[in-house]
Design a protein around this ligand. Structure first.
Ligand code: ADP
Length: 265
């Protein structure tokens, strides 16, 4: 049963790009203010699912309800006022400044052909201070490091003033220090601003460390959804990835900790 605090409710969602169903019979709810992780092998449908949550893609079957409303009835601009996305490795074809990129986050709040006003700049500046990107606001987006660019994209998403933040592999290609920095920032936004966060990640240990609950996708279906402890088990990971792993407890955080084992070991 959907609860009043659910911000998303997916009911038997099916999606295909062409002949093959990519997502099959996906049903789950996301609670308001939770930090939900989505994991699963390459090609299991994680990015496709995020695109459905942002209404970039519309499922052929089933229903997606966001904030109590059928997503099909919500206009693109209204979705963008509610949901912000930090995409995987976006390409910038022009040399935008960092401030220009962050201000793009105001677009859903501007009237058509409108220009940003002082209030929009103030919101962008606050988001940039929070993500520690204000100090390079005049630099060009293409000349930043991966970790800096990721923080700018989070600042742009926050400038949208969303209730829901969707992130697609935000720690990809980052060194370990920046992985922790980005995940700490995401958790801080989740706890202090009450943002609902859904994060797709390949890194099961990071997901186990930071998320409240985890969904594992396997070939377009939900293999398991539940608390980190329920989902991150050697059996589930073997079933879905076919990998031999050892799962014990991280002594510092008490979260499940996954160690990969060689085939022979
Ligand atoms: P994941 O994020 O888990 O790696 P994706 O959602 O990106 O998975 O992809 C799921 C499946 O959908 C893959 O088989 C992929 O090849 C296919 N797919 C993704 N995007 C498209 C597209 N635009 N057109 C056709 N097939 C696609």
């Amino acid at each position: 049963m959907p609860t009043k605090s659910s911000i998303y409710e997916l009911n038997e969602v099916w999606f295909r790009y062409n002949r093959h169903w990519i997502l099959k019979k996906i049903s789950f709810q996301v609670e308001r203010g939770e930090l939900l992780g989505i994991i699963g092998p390459n090609g299991s449908g994680k990015t496709t699912l995020l695109r459905i949550l942002d209404k970039i893609l519309i499922p052929q079957r089933g229903k997606v309800v966001v904030d109590g409303l059928d997503i099909r009835g919500i206009r693109r601009k209204e979705i963008a006022q509610m949901v912000a996305v930090v995409p995987q490795e976006p390409q910038f074809s022009f040399s935008f400044s960092v401030l220009e990129v962050v201000l793009m986050g105001r677009a859903p709040h501007l009237r058509s052909m409108g220009f940003e006003g002082k209030n929009d700049y103030d919101i962008a500046r606050r988001a940039m201070e929070l993500t520690d990107t204000w100090r390079f606001s005049a630099r060009t987006i293409t000349e930043l490091s991966g970790g800096e660019r990721q923080r700018v994209l989070i600042a742009r998403a926050l400038t949208q003033e969303p209730e829901i933040l969707l992130l697609d592999e935000p720690t990809n290609h980052l060194d370990i220090n920046h992985q922790v920095e980005i995940m700490d920032l995401i958790r801080e936004l989740n706890t202090s601003k009450g943002l609902t966060v859904i994060v797709v990640s390949h890194d099961i240990n990071l997901s186990a460390e930071y998320c409240d609950r985890i969904v594992i996708l396997s070939e377009g279906e939900i293999h398991k959804i539940g608390s980190v402890r329920e989902v991150v088990t050697a059996q589930n990971l073997h079933d879905v990835y076919g990998a031999r792993v050892l799962v014990d407890t991280n002594p510092a955080s008490q979260a499940p900790r996954v160690t990969l084992l060689s085939r022979e070991g």
